[in-house]
Design a protein around this ligand. Sequence first.
Ligand code: TXA
Ligand code: MG
Length: 337
Amino acid sequence: MTASRDIDRAVRALRRGLLVAFPTETVYGLGADARNPDALARLYSAKGRPPTHPVIVHLARPSQLSAWAAGVSAAAHAVTEAFWPGPLTVVVRRDPRVLDAVTGGEATVGLRVPDQPLALELLDAFGEGLAAPSANRFGRVSPTTAADVVAELGDVVEVVLDGGPCRVGVESTIVDCSRDGVAILRPGAISREAIEAATGVAVRTAAGDPVRAPGTLKSHYAPRATVLLVTADEIEARARDLVDAGTSVAVLALVEAFGAAIPEQFRSRGAKAKDVPSVTILDPPRDVDEYARMLYARLREVDRRGIDVLLAVPPPETGIGTAVADRLRRASGREGS
Ligand code: TXA
Ligand code: MG
């Protein structure tokens, strides 16, 4: 399996009920014809995903919303108008024609118009909705390059479209507009403040919300390594204790978390962590946007290098920092917000 930019081949595969991985601005998606039950069955089995977990339907343009939604509230209209194409999924009451396999039997459906040229080209050429979860096995780290997809799912996808590395790096903000009010089910690049400004409504968060969003399960987005969340002040002592105990350790934190300079004893980047029990400083992001963009690549790197423990300092929860901190909490197996 190699990645390509062959849209025609991808569309032919989708029409035959096969799976096509494609880039979005957030992460790579694993696409299947959302109107084809066989294609959806193939999708769930490829991901190893429980059949009760709903998938997002991707559309080429906002005008297709009415074919999938039973009714579009003022809030749903406002957010799709403001943020589509873009990293926002809206949950609305579903049109009766939407298959149960898409919604996990729920009365609602999640919809999104991605902001990625190759994705839009594919959706436009296909003409129908594409059910597309992130192109990783269930519970694992989302892929942000075509190579990640080939490595993880190359044996089950017919085509992998290569759009280069994803611009945002963490999954879309999910906004529930299916009931009264507006609730964020999963934080992403579109912030609560931006949604409140667009809708003029105070936004609830998911804590205690009865609406299911399986991406909000504890222990999701997880690498094989143990992820421990620490503050910048704790890095040095925690790393030393772990190394003394014979554990290989990597550190992920914003540049600013290291103060003026990265401490001398941490300058072991490139060391073979498996053989030498030393600390690996992962290339530190300079701001929250870069943290989001590189997060999943770093989690994959930790596993590739066979590192036992990742000490991660979550970024400040401003802008997309909220989503990065949320994914780090889930990677560490702790409850998210
Ligand atoms: O950025 C993204 O959203 C990426 C790209 C590929 O578009 N997709 C993605 O899909 O993250 P997935 O399947 O990995 O996560 C979709 C999340 C799940 O947590 C699911 O529970 C939630 O969306 N979801 C989908 N439909 C829903 C619905 N009707 N009600 C509540 N949650 C829903
Ligand atoms: Mg996912």
